[in-house]
Each structure stands twice: as structure tokens, then as C-alpha cells.
Write a new protein. Structure first.
Length: 261
């Protein structure tokens, strides 16, 4: 039986959600929906000014944390727990994408993409798995991108990292299946965020094509012919946190207008 709204609000008010990369874009959209549902929310990210701005707007907490650094993850989660209690929901959203032809890609670019997109997800997940398992409840949501489901030219390091995130999602879902902890990946297509805006800037700069034409190139593989909105991804994350979604685990949920079917 579907819970009544009042009971659902009580359910969510007992949850503490940590959202990495929560200062803008998809992370901020998820934080907004989570906060409106009554959850205690902690934003994590590297840019203190933007974190503080978003946290103030949403009336939530934040921890300045570089998720690619193990020591910062440890201290960031310890502080978050001290402020808002044990973490019951983790959204691994922080990430970055850089493009280069494989033959021209530097080792440093490769390391950056693996570090923030895959190792960061691992470190944050490792920080909460034991406490979630002991509590018999947890939701781990990895924002993995359609780049975890297919290849894209000129972003091989990013694709490799995101494929790794999906592999981690599926393996961990099996390990935690009987512990009350679900692990899922949301795989958005090109989304209306600053990251995509920077990609458009790069296309315009490198090719000289008009911006609207560059946008058309990005969305041409989306049958709906548009960018995904951050709120659409946030709605999917909210659904995965619903008490009636406890059987959904180990899944890669594409939010991509039919690009991946």
C-alpha cells in the first residue's frame, strides 16, 4: 500500500542524504527535491563559495570536500555525520568530463577522469557502506551518465570511468542485496548544466560553428532532440528513495529521451 503523504514526510525526515557535487546542476536539483521532502541534506564539493550559496538557499548543510582525496572524504563524512547523523542516502554525483583524441590524451587527463569520476565514487561509498549495512537500510545512487552505457568519441577516459562506476554499482548491489541497502545508477544524457555549457563553448571555439548548431550536434542522438533537465534526474533519484522502491537495485536507469534503449 502506498504511504500517505504525512507518513512519507515522516519517513523522509528520518533520512540524512549526502550529495556530492551538490552546489550546482544535477546535484543542486536533487538537493532541492530532497530538502523539500524533509530530508536532512549535506552538500559536498570543492568550491566553498558555491556550496555556501546553494546550502543557504536550500537551508541545508555543506562540507567542502575534494572527493578524489581519501583524507578529505574521511573528514568530510565524519563532520557530516556529526552534524546530521548517520548517512542513509548517498548520491555520488560529483564528476567532470574532459575531451581529447585518444592519441593526444595526456596521462594526467586520464588520471583526473578516473580519480574524480570513479575513485571519488568508491571513496564516498566506502565511507557509508558499513553504517548502512549495520542499520539495515541505505540508498546509494550513482549519477553515471549514458557514457556508462555506450561509447562517445573523444571522451574515452570519461567513458572508461563511467563504465567503471556502473560495474561498481552492479557488483555492490549484489553484495548488499540482503542488507537493506540498494545501489543504482542513473544515466542521464546530455543535461542542461554548466558542464554541458562548457562543452558547447569548446565545440564553438574549436570548430567555429554557431552555438545553436553546436547544441544540435550534442542532442542529435536524443530522439526527443533536446537536453535533459536536471529536475528530471532529481525526480528519478527521489523515486529510488521511496520506501516502495526497495526492490530496485543494481539497475542502470537511462534518463536520456530514448537515446539508449
Amino acid at each position: 500500500m502506498v504511504l500517505m503523504n504525512e507518513n512519507l514526510n515522516i519517513y523522509h525526515s528520518n533520512q540524512h542524504a549526502v550529495i556530492t557535487g551538490g552546489a550546482s546542476g544535477i546535484g543542486a536539483a536533487i538537493a532541492e527535491q530532497f530538502a523539500e521532502s524533509g530530508m536532512r541534506v549535506t552538500l559536498m564539493g570543492r568550491n566553498r563559495e558555491r556550496l555556501e550559496e546553494t546550502a543557504t538557499r536550500l537551508n541545508v548543510s555543506f562540507q567542502q570536500t575534494d572527493i578524489s582525496e581519501a583524507s578529505e572524504v574521511t573528514s568530510g563524512f565524519a563532520s557530516a555525520v556529526k552534524t546530521n547523523g548517520a548517512v542513509s542516502i548517498l548520491v555520488n554525483n560529483a564528476g567532470n568530463a574532459e575531451s581529447a583524441a585518444f592519441t593526444k590524451m595526456s596521462d594526467a587527463l586520464w588520471e583526473r577522469m578516473i580519480s574524480v569520476n570513479l575513485t571519488g565514487t568508491y571513496l564516498c561509498t566506502k565511507s557509508v557502506v558499513d553504517s548502512m549495512s549495520s542499520a539495515g537500510f541505505g540508498r546509494i545512487i550513482n549519477i553515471a551518465s549514458t557514457a556508462s552505457l555506450k561509447g562517445y568519441a573523444y571522451v574515452s577516459a570519461y567513458c572508461a570511468a563511467k563504465h567503471g562506476v556502473l560495474g561498481l554499482t552492479r557488483a555492490l548491489a549484489l553484495e548488499l542485496a540482503k542488507k537493506g541497502v540498494t545501489v543504482n545508477a542513473i544515466c542521464p544524457g546530455y543535461t542542461d548544466t554548466e558542464l554541458v555549457s562548457r562543452s558547447l563553448d569548446n565545440i564553438v571555439e574549436s570548430t567555429g560553428m554557431p552555438r545553436d548548431q553546436a547544441l544540435g550536434e550534442l542532442v542529435k542522438n536524443n530522439p526527443q532532440g533536446r537536453l535533459i533537465m536536471p529536475a528530471e534526474v532529481a525526480e528519478t533519484a527521489m523515486w529510488l528513495c521511496h520506501p516502495n522502491s526497495e526492490s530496485i537495485t543494481g539497475q542502470a536507469i537511462a534518463v536520456a529521451g530514448g537515446e539508449v534503449v
